[in-house]
Ligand binder design. Structure first.
Ligand SMILES: Nc1ncnc2c1ncn2[C@@H]1O[C@H](COP(=O)(O)OP(=O)(O)OP(=O)(O)O)[C@@H](O)[C@H]1O
Length: 282
């Protein structure tokens, strides 16, 4: 009898905790107007660069923006924002406070929780799911116009967890122009259709390169494939971001590209994508 009572008691405590967590999740989600998950079928196409620069461009337009880094194994968002030395805080309500890049741009990343930045993170699917949930429910995001979620490449645990946790999240797919990337885009589109996640649009990154010496335009990986794929699948084409070696240098040195190159073609291209997103959101 005692054992049964004890078991019942524990399970009711667990139920109570679960319902508190569900309520906290709902409360956080209610305050966020638009949630976009930036994804790609293939690694290294520039998802994190796009997430960070898009968030910055939206913040420059005056929107309140958060970036959630769910690339658990390779979290790069804090470094690309140049705030890699900051750590997440805890407020009086025992919620995590995001890293503040500016008054209207904040970020949360596993990187800002780990004691050693070089530790490899080895987590199984259910643990990742729990972290992604907590990154919404246990973080004091406050009122946001946009939450941009940077996910790892492919169609694994993380994008699935985002879809399961945040029913209104929409996908932004990043690709590079070459066919091998575009083939992976088609897999991402199928994934979104299978899990019933709305696809908001597609961005073609590393699209064309202007030689810094002679100014000649060179299509290293081709150009236009992203727009054609978007049109074939009936999804919005949000824009093209040129190839720019200084993005690499900024990422490597931990400085924010748009802060330094305020009027470069890449900065203008991100501003145009942000403008288009804002217009499409009405
Ligand atoms: N438009 C661009 N021009 C030049 N280099 C770029 C551009 N976009 C991204 N890069 C560089 O490409 C590399 C990969 O970018 P990034 O880390 O953003 O990609 P990712 O898709 O998030 O990678 P991962 O698959 O590891 O998650 C980085 O060195 C980054 O600086």
């Amino acid at each position: 009898m005692e054992m049964i009572t004890g078991g019942d008691c524990k399970s009711s405590q667990q139920k109570q905790k679960q319902s508190e967590q569900d309520a906290a999740l709902e409360d956080s989600l209610r305050k966020i107007k638009q949630i976009f998950m930036v994804m790609s079928g293939k690694g290294g196409v520039g998802k994190t660069s796009v997430s960070v620069n898009l968030a910055m461009a939206l913040a420059k337009k005056g929107f309140k923006v958060g970036i959630m880094d769910v690339d658990i194994h390779g979290p790069d968002v804090p470094r690309m924002l140049g705030i890699q030395k900051e750590m997440l805080g805890v407020n009086a309500n025992r919620k995590l406070t995001p890293l503040a890049y500016s008054d209207n741009l904040s970020a949360v990343s596993i990187e800002s929780l780990s004691a050693s930045k070089d530790d490899a993170i080895i987590w199984r699917g259910p643990m990742k799911h729990s972290v992604i949930r907590q990154f919404i429910s246990d973080v004091e995001w406050g009122e946001l116009d946009y939450l941009i979620i940077d996910s790892p490449p492919g169609t694994g645990d993380e994008p699935l967890s985002v879809a399961q946790t945040i029913s209104g999240a929409k996908a932004i797919i990043v690709t590079t122009p070459q066919e091998v990337s575009l083939a992976d885009v088609r897999k991402s589109i199928n994934f979104c259709q299978t899990i019933k996640m709305e696809i908001f649009g597609l961005i073609e990154n590393m699209s064309g390169f202007k030689c810094p010496h002679c100014g000649e335009a060179i299509d290293m990986f081709g150009t236009g494939g992203g727009e054609k794929t978007a049109s074939d699948f009936g999804i919005h084409f949000l824009g093209r971001i040129p190839f720019e070696p200084k993005i690499v240098a900024c990422g490597d040195s931990g400085s924010c590209y748009q802060e330094i190159y305020k009027t470069s073609p890449v900065t203008l291209a991100f501003e145009a994508v942000a403008e288009r997103m804002a217009k499409l959101n009405g």
